[in-house]
Design a protein around this ligand. Sequence first.
Ligand SMILES: [Zn+2]
Length: 155
Amino acid sequence: MGVARRVEELGFTPLAMFVKHFHFNHVAGLRGFTRRFRDARVYAPRREKLDLLDPNTALGVLLVRGVQTLELRGGEVVELGPFKVLAVRAGGHTRHHTCYLVNDAVLVTGDLAAVRGGEIITRSREVGEMLKRRLAAILPGHGEWLIRQPLSLKA
Ligand SMILES: [Zn+2]
């Protein structure tokens, strides 16, 4: 199921999409998403699209050619309605992989962490530092999420 269709099923009108890295399995639905939700902005790590020596990234960049992105260097805070999204550049999985910390409570790690049996597994120093915070949830790019407090995904 594509991202756009899943978002519609959930009944959301997205304000934005945040790309963590351009591996094809994470961005294949981005073009469809931007066609369906024309008002949603797309934020992405600035240099990630240039890292074409990684074949997974090269394929992902090809799949999203023409999609307009607002580029992040890391350290920016994007304010969207009630949400404050901090971009945290955290290399390891790809050279410019970026995680996002939402409202100082929800950490979206992408492929830099996994949750197994309620434990967070990561080799990323930056993710490790953020895990010292009192986070409500950690959302890896694959597999289980770790939810410590109930979340409301609607504004
Ligand atoms: Zn990946």
